[in-house]
Design a protein around this ligand. Sequence first.
Ligand code: SF4
Length: 322
Amino acid sequence: MSEAILKVENLKKYFPIKAGVLQKTVGHVKAVDDVSFEIKKGETLGLVGESGCGKSTTGRTILRLLEKTEGKVIYKGKDLHTLKKEELRKLRPEMQIIFQDPYSSLNPRMTIGEIIGEALLQHGLATKENYSDKVIEVMKICGLASYHIRRYPHEFSGGQRQRIGIARALVLNPEFIVADEPVSALDVSIQSQIINLLMESQEKFGFSYLFISHDLSVVRHISHRVGVMYLGSLIELAPKNELYDNPLHPYTKALLSAVPLPDPKLKRNRIILKGDIPSPANPPSGCKFHTRCPYAMEICSKDIPVYKNVGNEHFVACHLVK
Ligand code: SF4
């Protein structure tokens, strides 16, 4: 794998908490809190963590669907958050998003052809007269029949709707796609078909994914490297086999201990974490995980552990790991 197509540097996204008649800012929800990583051309980086850990907000802030609070998002050498509107608009076709719930992201009054072809027209990549050939070509790649072009979203199953969502992204020849829980709303039997479609189209077109999911088995299957988030922070990141075979952070170990093994006769020693996830509006001091960590030491509540490379491209933030 080659050079980085995307570099995320110390990205922060805080949402203000307003209160009182004057709606004064009384605090911030630290949804993304100093996150750094890069994604190479043709690579899939999986991002996992419990719901509310900031992974979806990270994806949306990278694409500038949300404005950042601090940090940089460098896409092919350009800082996306400093680009003027027109420059960003030109790059939009290259950077796509696939949503979790395909139904709510598909306009019920538009035909499938119009939904998939809309952005082609918007960006001047096709005309009304010639866009349908391109649309049908992509529909076929995504396992949809050409006669579906005149049908409406309600006529499709959940899996087919996700195929439409993927076709809508692929038709623009993207180079980078944020896939935000793209199979979480689907039946297990359909999930593998959609995952295969995502993997096959990557192999064919060579784009990169940021693949966001809470499902560690799915992420292991599709990703080249995997990052783990907790309360807005990236706490561990490594090539997938390195991470799954040799997790170093106590939180990653606990998450992995809950993944069922393929052989039902084998059992893992499940690590049950105490307490609930703290509020991202008031995260614990030092290591944010110290309130739930079975190995917490005195230093953990005082000093933020440094996020460091411990070899084999394995990054981790924990005082236990030297
Ligand atoms: Fe646990 Fe301390 Fe490591 Fe945090 S830094 S994960 S509290 S041992």
